[in-house]
Design a protein around this ligand. Sequence first.
Ligand code: KIV
Length: 277
Amino acid sequence: MSATSPSRAVLPPDIRGRKGQLPLVVLTAYTTPGARLVDAHCDIALVGDSVGMVLHGMPSTLGVTMEMMILHGRAVVRGLTKAMAVIDMPFGSYEESPQQAYRNAARLMAETGAPAVKLEGGAHMAETIAFLVKRGVPVMAHIGLTPQAVNTLGGYKVVGRDGEANTVMEDALAVQAAGAFAVVLEKVPMGLAARITQRLEIPTIGIGAGVQCDGQVLVMEDMLGLFTDFRPKFVKRYAELGAMALEAIADYAAEVRGRQFPAEEHSFPDVLKGPKT
Ligand code: KIV
């Protein structure tokens, strides 16, 4: 199978067809082992530009490059057998013009094998979304809090309260009219997210947007509790892997220092008695 052929069981029309059905389950993945975990239970593995903050220690997603997305995108696609990969377009790779967006979206798809891209922005990105969709690039839109605009928004705030609600609704309608197959609603108040979900014919995928969305997305490391000091309100921690890992590493360090590891069973004898191992 070539990197550019549609090798996944789930493709954008399947996701579009899930409107109002069983909720869509989406997690981020950045690596092959991560993708295998997502593939076991989810519909979509999102290669989010959150990779910059989660794996590379960046202060925001603004420094993420095309090369990083391609490297992580390839690793994720290798780990999937059923779930669909969606790959984020990084900051600066699509905002200048529809042509720039097409060039970079086509490169992301061709070089990773992901069958769809995600980009941030509502009504002001509608022309670009339409340009991409008409040329064979399935687009998942992302509105509400758009982290690449953190400096314009003034922080990672809830978007859509009071006077902002109409703008978010207009953004949702605009990306749908432009041909997006689904839309992420990030940090949108739950009542507004429910109204948008009712009004749209494409699935809404919420993150901090309440239970009425057509699906949910979380950063895998957040829901696994990998970071002991990062606890946003919209994340439910389904495990405490960070604390478990710290405990395991402390045990390892103590055993190395106490010469308890490696034990005999982890070492190779000088003379073999049984079968070769
Ligand atoms: O980059 C990302 O992980 C995302 C999700 C949080 C929606 O865009």
